[in-house]
Ligand binder design. Structure first.
Ligand SMILES: Cc1ncc(COP(=O)(O)O)c(C=O)c1O
Length: 449
């Protein structure tokens, strides 16, 4: 049976002998500050499965943190990479024009749910670079200096995006930080203050956001409001649509640009190609959207899309870079998009979501430690708690992650307090693999209570 169709199988004690040797070399040569969750050394990957150097097979519910939506080693993507790399790998767009960039930019412009008529696209290499450039584009287009971001946000590790990121463990000792980044409360309904619910909770979060115009920066100096449609590192917290509509209105009333960071939510995961599509359908599409991770099937590529009207205002020379829109990455991305549309990956995400949510909600009824189950499409999180006052339970998350790994399922935590387990499994996972994964998860959960 191919690795693609196989089931988890742990054959050695973990880590195995070969993995242990590579890990010792890692400890010697790779800075410890680049943290790693698992002592797993991957040999190859196919679909939703990876095999380590000792022959152990794992079901991967992390997918390189949302990079592998189309699956490891997708044969058509490999072919696209091979074909382009035989022609040329690199050509800097500031010097010569390369067609894969143009082909993919046109394709993204067609599907990007951002406001405005004609759209334009710029490519970079990582999620952080995309977010940083989105802010530069917003500042260039508005001529305003400030931005508003949110509690729980994660936007990357460059100096600007570290500043935009909420959790300061990602920025320890890295100051001074850029000025003009203000933070409002993200609508984390499960933990709304005073147990506020429904409209009262939304009203609270909206007024908390607008209070920034009084306390930190008048609205006329705010270039952009930036948020993730489902907070990833922050704990898989979806932004409620009523809140998004209110934020859209605040932007419209004050000439502020709305930016959605779809680095993790993007590419089929949410049940749409981009989660912002839900907003477009509700009349609250963003002005600017960033994307990365799963767009190129594992090749490094990210980008920013906005209307030509916005892009035209950005001063020449302020955006770009040597590797922006690498030709091989663009060729891979074009193929990924074709596969996602042809094989209905957003539909697969909704099907996976239905199966998982049923099990997760059962667990919420059965196990007191499961406090909340939430998500959009197949971007799902389970929040673990202690007691009636919902104290975050990171200890049990650590134990479950360890127990599941020993049984061949790779899980990852999320959340400001590390008490959420996230689901980012490749969307090509088979029904049987998904069921086995859910069974391992539940067994591990039961063993850790
Ligand atoms: C929402 C979001 N934005 C930005 C980033 C940063 O992406 P990168 O690590 O590619 O710089 C991430 C990474 O996890 C993310 O989840």
């Amino acid at each position: 049976m191919s690795l693609r169709d196989s089931l988890p199988q742990v054959k050695t004690k973990l880590p195995g002998a070969k993995a242990a040797k590579v890990l010792a070399r890692r400890a010697d040569i790779v800075p410890a500050a680049i943290k790693s969750i698992y002592p797993v050394v991957i040999e190859r990957g196919e679909g939703a499965m990876i095999e380590d150097v000792d022959g152990n097979v794992f079901l991967d519910w992390i997918g390189g943190v949302g990079v592998m939506n189309v699956g490891y080693s997708q044969p058509e993507v490999i072919e696209a990479i091979q074909q382009q790399s035989e022609k040329f790998c690199h050509s800097m767009m500031n010097i010569t024009t390369q067609k894969p960039y143009i082909d993919y930019a046109e394709a993204i412009a067609k599907v990007a749910p951002v406001k405005g008529g004609k759209k334009q696209v710029m490519f970079v290499n990582s999620g952080a670079e995309a977010d940083e450039n989105a802010v530069k584009i917003a500042k260039g287009a508005t001529g305003r200096p400030n931005i508003i971001v949110f509690t729980g946000a994660f936007h990357g590790r460059t100096t600007l995006t570290m500043t935009m990121t909420a959790k300061k463990a990602y920025a320890t000792g890295m100051g001074p930080f850029p000025d003009g980044v203000y933070r409002a409360e993200f609508p984390y309904l499960y933990r709304a203050p005073g147990g506020l619910k429904g409209k009262a909770a939304i009203d609270y979060y909206v007024s908390q956001l607008t209070s920034i115009f009084e306390t930190h920066s008048p609205a006329k100096y705010v270039a952009a409001i930036v948020f993730e449609p489902v907070q990833g590192e922050g704990g898989f917290i979806p932004a409620p649509i009523e809140w998004v509509k209110a934020v859209r209105k605040i932007c419209d009333d004050n000439g502020i640009l709305l930016v959605t960071d779809e680095v993790q939510t993007g590419f089929g995961r949410s049940g749409k190609l981009f989660a912002s599509q839900y907003y477009k359908e509700e009349g609250c599409a963003p002005d600017i959207m960033t994307f990365a991770k799963s767009v190129a099937g594992g090749m490094p590529l990210s980008g920013v899309v906005a209307s030509k009207a916005i892009m035209d205002k950005v001063p020449g020379g302020t955006i770009g870079g040597t590797y922006c829109g690498n030709a091989v990455s663009c060729a891979a991305a074009l193929k990924v998009l074709e596969i996602m549309q042809r094989d209905d990956y957003p539909g697969k995400a909704l099907k996976i979501s239905k199966t998982c949510m049923k099990r997760f909600n059962d667990w919420k009824k059965k196990y007191k430690v499961v406090g909340d189950v939430r998500g959009t499409g197949a971007m799902m999180g389970i929040e673990f708690i202690k007691g009636a006052d919902k104290e975050p339970n990171a200890e049990i998350v650590g134990k479950i992650v360890q127990a599941a790994w020993e049984k061949g399922l790779l899980l990852e935590s999320a959340g400001t307090f590390g008490n959420v387990i996230r689901f980012l499994c490749p969307l090509c996972v088979t029904d049987e693999q998904l069921k086995v994964g859910l069974d391992i998860f539940e067994e591990s959960l039961k063993a850790c209570i």
